[in-house]
Design a protein around this ligand. Structure first.
Ligand code: 9MJ
Length: 676
């Protein structure tokens, strides 16, 4: 029994230590398999000796029966709310008022943090052990969600280190990372369940489960941003110092937390976070500034329940409500019909939005969007705006169901929809002016032929006036014809001709991409160019031969083969070549013999000696396949600094992991070296 007790205690300490390395330091020491082994052993011992089970054992994260309802709990001290600022001037006003109160002209030190868009939670620790967790509620009393918060693995059940107060509440935000949210919704969709509108709602819904086994299955995390203790002796006297102390105890603060001197520096922090907002793995709705020194905080005090020493500088909302005025159908390059919602203009994500794509008819039906509906519109970062969902209790009587058109709204041709395909297509091909315009836009785009100055409006005019009907027509334009168009003059016409002339000197992969073959993106175009080496070889290839190209499956091979079999396409290509479009034949790489040849490699994180793109180019040069998606088929993950979720996933999948040094070593080896 005593030996078991000792081993149990040792296992718990090891597991807590690995949780700390994993969740707080983001630097795991052991692979998941080893962690799982420790957990299994602990479970086994606790099953054999049930008397030794304690509530702070890591095996006890999920336990207890479902609740009937949540109990009310009183917080040790009120949970504060934050005053909002919406502009730089609001923040300058906040800083000025503080300086006036403190009667100082000196720049103040501020602690800056992202404002997590989740749920505020307060966790009571006594003697370093998690006793109770509660929602914010009205700030004075909240709901007891202890069972649910215990299931969150980044919340320590027992604190590490030294110096924590005997009894205190740790405060922070429970949230759902964007990746986890997407996966959760994908699962819900697959099993026909209701999806969540956004990660915040998903986090709230998960925490409000009466059955903690449901919460345990949800990807929740917590970060901490403050504490409230009965006895504060011995605690650091700055906010930033307290966050550091909390980190050492296992209460992870935001990795983005830092201090900034003076209001202008603080505003730079805001702008920096605003640009990074959409690439962060979690959602934030602003940043928070807090006067760093606690003596100054005490001097400043509160107005009602908001501290005078803190402010939330909000980002423009990424979601707003508006009304669908109509739905129109746009025809794409390959004839795909896309429903587009015409919206009552609304300011969202920092711009005014009046259109939003609805993707396809299935999506439209699934979301049941009707003309007249009030909808949630989302615009995050530079991502195109989308309609998230309908606010069903605001549906007016007579809201109109949207029907699929029977013929192409541009050219009147029939609509085709393949068996099981989500996309309906206009069958008009190059007879359809919408398809012609979109193909031309694609042809001249930056990653294709890269023709400067041939914008959308100009292409519309060229097609509408019958001056150009396929890509080769562009190269028969002259200054006179162009100068005649609206908003063009001799000078801009000459520029366009010059850009067209320059675009003739291109590469095979760009040319293949520019042709706009269905499903042939940049990567596939590169694969085709490298595999066949010349256009002639590709054009004469059989469907089976096309399928030999890495990452090309039967569907894409079918599209490629059909494209080159089509007489019209062969003529356009011939005319493009006749008008002077040219490229060097691709140097077929020597049959490389490096340890990387034939291997699929994913690069993640930041490398010190080269950019990720350069590393991927190196992989390709050595005969490997550089991929961005990690799976069990991946041979190596090259993990640079700050490698995040991919590293964890690779460990889980058992994919070999190389650090930068290891990668460079392998890259410089000959395959023959491996035999020694
Ligand atoms: C959030 N939501 O991230 C506070 N918060 O401080 C941060 N909220 C807060 N601080 C005092 N980072 C009251 C609320």
């Amino acid at each position: 029994m005593q030996a078991a007790a000792r081993e149990i205690e040792s296992l718990r300490l090891q597991i807590a230590h690995h949780d700390y390395r994993y969740f707080v330091l983001d630097d795991p020491e052991v692979p998941d398999a080893e962690y799982d082994r420790l957990m299994r052993r602990l479970r086994q011992l606790e099953t054999e000796h049930p008397a030794l089970v304690t509530p702070d054992s890591p095996t006890q994260r999920v336990g207890g029966r479902p609740l009937d309802k949540f109990q009310e709990v009183r917080h040790l001290s009120p949970m504060l709310s934050l005053e909002n600022a919406f502009s730089s001037d609001d923040v300058r006003g906040f800083d000025r008022r503080i300086k006036e109160r403190l009667e100082t002209g000196d720049d103040l030190m501020y602690a800056c943090e992202p404002k997590m868009d989740g749920l505020a939670i307060s966790i009571l620790y006594e003697g370093g052990v998690l006793i109770r967790a509660a929602t914010r509620g009205d700030g004075i009393t909240g709901e007891d969600v202890t069972q649910n918060v215990r299931t969150i693995r980044s919340v320590p059940l027992r604190l590490q280190g030294v110096g924590w107060p005997a009894r205190f509440e740790a405060r922070g935000e429970v949230f759902m990372p964007v990746d986890g949210f997407r996966q959760l919704n994908a699962q819900a969709e697959a099993s026909g369940e209701k999806t969540f509108v956004n990660p915040r709602n998903a986090a709230a819904g998960s925490l409000r489960q009466l059955d903690s086994r449901i919460t345990a299955a949800r990807p929740l995390e917590m970060i901490f941003y403050g504490l409230s203790a009965e006895d504060e002796t011995g605690l650091p006297q700055t906010h930033s110092g307290r966050l550091e102390a909390m980190r050492k105890w296992g209460l992870r603060p935001s990795a983005e937390a830092c201090t900034r001197l003076g209001v202008e520096e603080v505003l730079r922090y805001h702008d920096d976070m605003a640009t990074r907002r959409s690439s962060l793995p979690f959602q934030i709705d602003g940043v928070v500034y807090k006067v760093d020194r606690l003596d100054l905080q005490r001097q400043l005090g509160f107005v009602s329940r908001a501290p005078r020493w803190a402010v939330a500088h909000k980002f423009p909302a990424e979601e707003e409500l508006t009304i669908v005025r109509g739905v129109e159908w746009q025809v794409g390059r390959t004839g795909a019909l896309t429903p587009v919602a015409r919206l009552e203009p609304v300011f969202v994500g920092g711009v005014t939005v009046s259109n939003a794509t609805l993707h396809n008819i299935d999506e439209l039906r699934r979301k049941d969007i009707r003309v007249g509906d009030t909808v949630i519109v989302r615009r995050a970062g530079d991502v195109i705006p989308e309609v998230v969902s309908v606010v069903s209790d605001r549906r007016p009587p007579g809201a109109q169901v949207v029907e699929m058109p029977e013929c192409c709204p541009v050219c009147g041709s029939g609509i085709e929809r393949g068996e099981g395909e989500a996309v309906a297509r206009c069958s008009g091909g190059l007879f359809c002016q919408a398809q012609v315009k979109e193909s031309l836009r694609h042809f001249v785009s930056r990653k294709a032929m890269n023709v400067d100055g041939l914008g959308e409006k100009l292409i519309d005019q060229l097609v509408d006036r019958g001056l150009v009907s396929s890509a080769d027509g562009l190269y028969r334009l002259d200054i006179e014809k162009l100068a005649d168009l609206d908003r063009m003059g001799e000078k801009s016409a000459a520029k366009v001709i010059e850009a067209l002339e320059a675009s003739k000197d291109t590469t095979l992969e760009r040319f293949l991409f520019a042709l706009g073959v269905r499903d042939v993106g940049e990567a596939t175009a590169r694969g085709l160019a490298n595999h066949f080496g010349s256009l002639g070889a590709l054009m004469e290839a059989t469907e089976e031969q096309v399928q030999q190209v890495r990452d090309v499956g039967p569907v894409v091979a079918g599209h490629v083969h059909a494209f080159f079999a089509e007489e019209h396409n062969r003529q356009v290509i011939q005319r493009l070549v006749d008008s002077g479009v040219h490229w060097p034949d691709v140097e077929r790489p020597e049959p490389v013999s490096s340890p990387l040849s034939g291997k699929t490699i994913v690069v993640t994180g930041t490398l010190s000696s080269m950019s990720r793109e350069e590393a991927e180019a190196l992989v390709r040069k050595l005969g490997g396949v550089a991929s961005s998606s990690l799976s069990s088929k991946t041979d190596y993950l090259v993990a640079g600094e700050k490698a995040g979720s991919k590293l964890a996933k690779a460990e889980k999948l058992g994919v070999d992991i190389l650090d930068e040094q290891g990668f460079l070593q392998l890259a410089s080896m000959q395959a023959s070296d491996l035999n020694h």
